[in-house]
Design a protein around this ligand. Sequence first.
Ligand SMILES: Nc1nc2c(c(=O)[nH]1)N[C@H]1C(S)=C(S)[C@@H](COP(=O)(O)O)O[C@H]1N2
Ligand SMILES: [Mo]
Length: 417
Amino acid sequence: MEDNVRKFLGEHFAVTRRHFVKSGLFSAAAFASPHGFADQIEQDPRLQQALGKLETWLTLPDDFQDVSRGKPKPHKLDDAKKSEVGLTRETWKLNVISDADNPARIKNPLAGDNAFTFAQLMELAQDHAVRFSKVMTCLNIGCPLGNGIWEGVPLREVLWKTQPSENLRRVFYYGYHNNEADQMFRSSMPVGRILEDPHGLPPVILCYKLNGQWLTSERGGPVRVVVPEAYGFKSIKWLTNVVLSNIATANDTYAGQNNDVDSPLKTFCATLTAPNAPKPNEPIPITGWAQAGISGLSKVQVWVSERDAPLPEDDPYFTTAPWQDATILPAPSDYGGGYPDGKIPPATMGFDAGGQPHSWPMHLSRAHWFYLHSGLPAGKYTLRCRTIDNNGAAQPMPRPFRKSGHAKIETIRFEVA
Ligand SMILES: Nc1nc2c(c(=O)[nH]1)N[C@H]1C(S)=C(S)[C@@H](COP(=O)(O)O)O[C@H]1N2
Ligand SMILES: [Mo]
């Protein structure tokens, strides 16, 4: 590189770096290495623009996409009605009872005058509250709904209050559904998952805060279930009833719609900024998001092929294609999400006392990535992107089935002209 060019880039880069550090997308440390990905950012203003458009790591509670059922949707009820049916913190009541059809033996059902209240939840929270990050993703939608820090009390703390002794194998639960049986949306978990956390997983919680703010009605407040490793349908909103049962199998409402209701989150990715009519031989900035499923996220990769070139035979998932590694963005300096200082609060699982992540990308959360393609001659092309999990499995494996959650390799067609 010519010295004067280097000098120009140096000055320009200082401005870029300040901009990105200030915007919170990168920490100053991320820019410290002279020949890392920062070089690519330095050299391409359109990549800078695309990165500048990325959402913060945490989604603002109001920016989550909504998957709510009900006529009317419970969060659309007026305040008086919400108060009447227990959808406010002041009036919320949770029943925790035995299943009449498959009874579990419990000594102390929580119902009627003995129903569990929000004040009691807050009492438990003093000693038992936990918070952790989780990406909320619908099994049937191809992109995450939002990434947040969810705070709550482990469901087992409330379960033990019922004094169960035997015949308890499954816990199912549902929320307010306008008191119409056919509007009920129910999920279930094996009791073992509620009582004990597999290595590295946070507990199943009764969640009352998202990103440090009271859970809004739209997000399922005052209280919803959050299952860290599960798709969204296990995280029941406007929770009103938990049923302790001796039923041996899942009885989720979602099972009736051909969904694999035991499928934990998959690792997958897609683009956010895709090639947009690039000019010949000009660099092509690409950005996207990725979800770290239960088996983690080790790489995002992209592959650009000529549209008319034959595809590899007997290789439906393109495992032998010349995939290129993209850059997964490092932990940001500003996590966003509505935290006033953009910092992760103390005692958040997965982060140290200073708010630094123990590992990155964060397990069961969303990451962002970019790739700067060096440019292509005029022609028609296909861009694909995929993830590699921590076991070395490439998307859409190891569970390619659509109704176990979306993990299809994204395919984008574009033309260089
Ligand atoms: N009570 C109730 N809880 C529910 C649902 C619902 O329709 N009713 N939808 C579920 C589904 S399918 C998903 S994907 C998540 C979405 O959470 P969100 O709307 O907060 O983004 O909520 C789940 N919890
Ligand atoms: Mo969903």
